[in-house]
Design a protein. Structure first.
Length: 600
């Protein structure tokens, strides 16, 4: 019973030793390199690098829709090139203002936090425990007040009105109202919808216009980037400003979302051709809605006990971060990880908008020919930023896999930073990914099945001998009887007992697995005169002539016939067996009897 159960369990769980689903594989890292846009720019085409970046960032956003939508990550095979289908994160939808409270439009703002992502568990870097690291990314965003930070301006040529926003100086300018050093500007009412005889069928589709501005303490010091006003200035974070203009877009329903806010009646209506009912259309409340976000990152040691500051991405190169790892090899590995996560194709939330414009917006899925159908929820701006953050997480997942793979096209090799230490090269060669092109075997499970299965086979073949040996040494009558009964009731020994009881055969190996007779001896035959009760019949062992022959009648019925002579006492004995449809071919023998039987 134990052996049977063991084999049944082995058969069930053996299928789990390997699978044809996405399996973990170790990348070779032969062509390892981190894409760095500003390295060797003179040797590569700017258009090629821009296309390379845009293609990857578009793919990241597409994958975020596939893998980070609830319930899809475990079902889609496209989510399995990485060690984890998706990276964890938490959303706080009612967080406090990340800036001066006076510049935040509302009290309920948003924070998205990844928590500590493990380099081994989440990024697939196969390194010793104490050489691993944790990485954290935090995004805090809020809608910004525009009143008091914007001013209408009439453009000279062409003569159109624009709204200018003042959240900081652009490079080389001083914030001075007389010079009018604005941060961003959008047209107030200039759109295709303002053209004469405008119809959506006869003009280009009206779309959202979206701009993104970036600055950080390092950028401000080194390249004279945007100098934010004091209400937005943070020395411990990068700053993103997002300007969304919906000029010319008609909203089917009023929209309370602060970024997409639309309550002004346009004077136009949408008429239902089936019901004849007209629905008045709305337009945006402001020329542009403004969001402000701070972006922060953090590195920690293998057990997250020692961490660097939560700061801007370009501030992570400070020695205070790498010095958290006392070993020099570990420090060079962390430097490589920093470059992969910051200099490579890992994108910030605003990078998607700077490169792709308004195309990443989820609201565009319900935008048809300049009409925003349906109703946008009050937290649509949070959904948009969460979607962009998910795209960033996909870029983080891809950062190390892409670094281990190296340049995918030859004309961009000059834009890749190569590892220059042994530890950095080892990091490339120990990158784990997932692929359906290979099979992964569970070595422990396979060994357990082989070892336990072999033990069962040995036990099955030797159990009787072992028990017999032990019984002989113990010499206990009860155990001896049990062993003999076990042997005697086996299939072959039961047949021996039946034939021996009728006096057939000189038997040997009475207590073995296979009993035998002397060569040439015959066994008893089967009496089938009563087909409902076949039985062995007693036959004299002195028969001199025995011939076995098979005949087949027209109904394909096979009968075995044995012809026997007289015994030693010259007394003729006859026995008959009913043989339907069988005609004996034996002629010239006066004393013949037909039996069905077998020869031993």
């Amino acid at each position: 019973m134990i052996i049977t159960i063991g084999f049944a369990l082995s058969g069930i769980y053996s299928s789990r030793v390997t699978t044809d689903n996405a399996n973990e594989v170790l990348l070779t890292g032969k062509n390892c390199g981190i894409f760095e846009q500003y390295t060797g720019q003179e040797n590569a085409s700017y258009s090629d690098s821009t296309q390379y970046i845009t293609q990857h960032w578009t793919a990241y956003l597409d994958k975020s829709l596939q893998c980070y939508t609830t319930g899809r990550a475990s079902k889609s095979e496209d989510c399995r090139p990485y060690i984890k289908p998706m990276l964890p994160y938490t959303v706080t939808p009612n967080a406090s203002c990340p800036f001066d409270p006076a510049i935040c439009l509302q009290k309920d703002n948003m924070v998205i936090d990844t928590g500590f992502l493990n380099s081994h568990e989440h990024f697939g870097i196969n390194a010793p425990p104490k050489s691993r690291f944790h990485f954290r990314s935090v995004l805090s965003c809020a809608p910004l007040v525009t009143d008091g930070f914007s001013r209408l301006h009439v453009n000279s040529d062409p003569n159109i009105s624009v709204m200018r926003y003042y959240y900081g100086n652009q490079p080389g300018k001083i914030l001075d109202w007389t010079i009018d050093s604005f941060t961003y500007q959008v047209p107030v009412d200039f759109s295709l919808a303002s053209l004469d005889n405008f119809t959506s069928l006869q003009s280009l589709n009206t779309d959202y216009a979206l701009g993104a501005l970036y600055t950080s303490p390092t950028v401000q010091q080194q390249v004279q980037g945007l100098q934010p006003i004091s209400q937005l200035n943070r020395t411990d974070a990068s700053l993103w400003l997002f300007f969304l203009s919906a000029v010319g877009i008609a909203f089917y329903n009023p929209t309370d979302d602060p970024w997409f806010s639309a309550h002004n009646k346009t004077g136009s209506a949408l008429e239902n051709s089936f019901t004849g009912k007209s629905t008045p259309l709305m337009s945006s409340d402001h020329p542009a809605g403004v969001l402000g976000c701070i972006d922060q990152h953090q590195f920690c040691t293998w057990n997250a006990s020692d961490c660097g500051p939560l700061t801007a991405a370009d501030s992570l190169y400070e020695p205070s971060v790498t010095n958290l790892w006392p070993d020099a090899n570990d420090q060079t590995m962390i430097q490589w990880a920093q470059k992969a996560l910051i200099l490579g194709l890992a994108a910030g939330v605003g990078d998607f908008l700077r490169a792709l414009g308004a195309s990443p917006l989820l609201a565009r899925f319900s935008l048809v020919q300049g009409l925003q159908t349906g109703t946008l929820p009050r937290d649509q701006w949070q959904k948009e930023l969460e979607h962009l953050f998910q795209g960033r997480l996909v870029s983080l997942q891809d950062a190390f896999v892409l670094a281990a793979s190296g340049p995918l096209v030859s004309n961009l090799e000059a834009l890749h930073l190569r590892p220059n230490t042994t530890s950095q090269t080892a990091m490339c060669k120990n990158q784990v990914g997932c692929s359906t092109l290979y099979y992964s075997f569970n070595v422990i499970g396979l060994c357990v099945i082989l070892v336990v299965g072999t033990l069962f086979l040995i036990l099955d073949l030797s159990l009787k001998s072992v028990v017999s040996c032990i019984d002989k040494r113990r010499k206990h009558p009860c155990h001896t009887y049990s062993l003999l009964e076990w042997t005697a009731t086996s299939t072959l020994q039961l047949q021996r007992l039946a034939h021996e009881e009728l006096g057939f055969g000189t038997w040997d190996r009475y207590t073995k697995d296979i009993p035998t007779t002397q060569p040439g001896e015959l066994l008893s035959v089967l009496d089938v005169s009563d087909e409902a009760h076949p039985r062995l019949m007693r036959v004299s062992q002195g028969d001199e002539e025995k011939e076995i022959r098979t005949t087949q009648d027209n109904r394909d019925k096979v009968v075995v016939v044995i012809h026997e002579g007289t015994d030693s006492d010259s007394q003729e004995r006859t026995s008959s067996v009913v043989n339907e449809g069988v005609r004996s071919e034996q002629q010239g023998r006066s004393s013949s009897e037909s039996f069905t039987g077998a020869r031993a």
